[in-house]
Design a protein around this ligand. Structure first.
Ligand SMILES: [Zn+2]
Length: 322
């Protein structure tokens, strides 16, 4: 009898308003402008030295990202034991970082951003390319989406397929990380429902973001249009076909994987040492990440049939003679 009474009174307190929070309410509570600014400030600090490819500074940034993957209790996605996917034969030098959030349904969704930037200038008072917009903003957006999806799972709103969070390296050196990924994918390319790639999401007019995926990216754009009925940003869709191969969505589109780029127009601090956290619009980055989180959740629940991959014939490896 006593237990029954306690349960009754708990139930009365548990749901004073009746309805559970909607996914967008959960997403907005997690992905805030303040959290975005704080994260970008860390990743674009002078201590990160510009995070240039194959440098101790990029390694420092990699460890920073891995610590956040760990804090979110994401699964390791390159191998069972590691987030690190080698870009070249030297595993220790400049890897991609891959974490996963397992879902039960078919297919995969990738949320990605490159974490490398530029080598310091030889001379001058300020020599470090902080890359706050390019692309600490995108990496922090990707991590914020991961955090929001974790919270959605905790509140009973789990995505229906596995989500991969990928921090690419070597983007500034020629899309090296994303090229390596599509060459040795950790999941079948034909089973990827969509790629949301964020590269520079924190400068320009408020609440406005460019999204480019061309004809191949159309399924992702459709999911974004639906999500944006709730978010209400100004989406500049497919205005920049010249951007399709300019960031890490390019190698996926080349393999016919639906992928889009989220970006702002080049600005006065683009690839300058003055691309610093004080100049970013953290609300724009936060809202873009909210849009990605909601669209990814919806896309994970849509019907999906794996595409048939057209694998080019590979010449047989000649037998070794001894
Ligand atoms: Zn970039």
């Amino acid at each position: 009898m006593k237990t029954g009474l306690v349960l009754l009174s708990l139930a009365a307190f548990a749901a004073p308003c009746g309805d559970a929070p909607k996914p967008i309410e959960i997403i907005r509570a997690v992905i805030t402008a303040d959290a975005m600014r704080a994260a970008v400030a860390e990743l674009s600090s002078d201590e990160m030295g510009g995070r240039f490819y194959r440098s101790p500074f990029a390694e420092k940034a990699a460890k920073w990202i891995e610590a956040r993957f760990d804090a979110l209790a994401l699964a390791k996605g390159a191998t069972k034991e590691s987030y690190r996917q080698a870009i070249d034969k030297n595993v220790e030098s400049g890897p991609n970082l891959i974490a996963t959030l397992a879902g039960s349904g078919t297919g995969y969704i990738i949320v990605s951003a490159h974490y490398d930037h530029l080598r310091p200038k030889r001379t001058g008072e300020d020599r470090i390319y902080n890359g706050a917009d390019d692309n600490a903003s995108g990496v922090c957006g990707m991590l914020a989406v991961a955090q929001a999806l974790k919270e959605l799972i905790a509140k009973g709103e789990a995505p229906s397929c596995t989500i991969l969070f990928v921090a690419f390296n070597g983007e500034e050196a020629g899309l090296l990380g994303s090229r390596a990924f599509v060459k040795s994918p950790t999941v079948p390319l034909g089973e990827i429902r969509g790629v949301f790639n964020m590269d520079m999401i924190s400068r320009g007019p408020p609440r406005e973001i460019f999204i480019d995926g061309g004809p191949i990216g159309a399924p992702v754009v459709e999911a974004l249009k639906v999500a944006n009925e709730t978010i209400g940003m100004k989406l500049r869709l497919n205005e920049h076909p010249d951007w399709l191969d300019r960031s890490d969505q390019g190698p996926f589109l080349a393999k016919k994987v639906p992928a889009v780029l989220f970006s702002v127009e080049d600005h006065a601090d683009y690839h300058k040492v003055s691309d610093e956290v004080a100049k970013i619009d953290p609300a724009l980055a936060a809202e873009t990440a909210q849009l990605v989180a909601l669209a990814a959740l919806n896309l994970s629940k849509a019907p999906f049939t794996a595409r048939v991959e057209v694998v080019p014939a590979v010449p047989a490896v000649p037998a070794v003679d001894h």
